[in-house]
Ligand binder design. Sequence first.
Ligand code: NAD
Ligand code: ISE
Length: 336
Amino acid sequence: DPLGIAVIGTGRMGSDHVRRIDRVVSGARVAAVIDVDGERAERVAGTVDGCAAYTDPAAAMADDAVDAVLIASPGPAHEAALLQAFKHDLPVLCEKPLTPDAASALRVLEAEARLGHRRVQVGFMRRYDAEYQRLKSLLDAGEFGRTLMLHCTHRNASTPPGYATPMMINDSVVHEIDVTRWLLDQEITAVTVLRPAPSSAAPEGLSDPQLVLFETSGGAVVDVEIFVNCGFGYQVRCEAVGERGTARIGDAHGMYVNAAGRWGGEIPQDFTERFRDAYDREVQAWVDATRRGEVTGPSAWDGYAAAAVCEAGVRAQATGERTPVTLAARPALYGA
Ligand code: NAD
Ligand code: ISE
């Protein structure tokens, strides 16, 4: 039987995941959708055969048709949904962030550790992007020696209303935090944030762009340009500098055009386009692992560590000071 998935939150990401599970992913179906906005839940449920609509995640998780949960509600709602899923021992794919702060992420981590087995995959989808995977394989092969630095660019065309300065770390740079930890297989030990005079294109009060620096447990340094109102498109790049070579991803263009005395190509406009294949592969990998009775991919530990780095990052943003990251001890469940 296909895996019956309950999707919590039917906004931008949730409704896209519903479409993905319904039309792209194999071995699964959307059994239920949940949204505090009941009308929205009904509307999205109406796009899928045999899909129930709920306003309460607990009621959906008690539904016999539900075998697994995909959380795509806003970050502050994640902890309650995760703890509820643990009560039913249901596998979970939780959109980033695991939770919005380190203390709540630690509570989730400890609750999962008490179950005695992993249940959570965190939605750090870049780990499923073909370009990032090539870079990871190259670095792991060791041909370039030790990785000394990463230079990252993370640009969004524009920000939605309500997008505030701390979100540049918590919502956006959180992806570079995960990618750094994953590519280097190291923890981030300190964060510094530099803020140039804001772009006149930034909404009032948003300090955009910023330069974020990470130091890592293996002595690498990582710089991230975060620029969320660049205007021209969605661009995510990463260059790794090793002892004997460098490699860069994120410049791929699907089509290269020559016309009217110019060369060029198109730039994607948002993450749903740039990372479409990565989201597809992320959800398929989660479904496949779940059906094998396994949990793979970014763990609750990765979600907790990212939250701890974000907390230091937001403090560094406010103070302008180099801010060390403190991490709790890593439970045995998440390896050495
Ligand atoms: P959104 O605001 O478009 O949608 C959120 C939906 O959740 C809304 O329909 C809202 O009514 C509903 N909701 C709010 N509280 C709820 C609750 N307690 N229970 C059930 N439903 C609730 O937000 P979004 O942009 O789709 O973001 C959702 C999640 O996805 C966030 O965690 C966000 O960080 C993450 N996200 C990830 C990526 C990525 O690239 N991986 C990109 C964007 C957003
Ligand atoms: C958004 O929440 C995401 O997760 C996107 O991947 C990121 O590029 C964007 O900046 C965030 O706002």
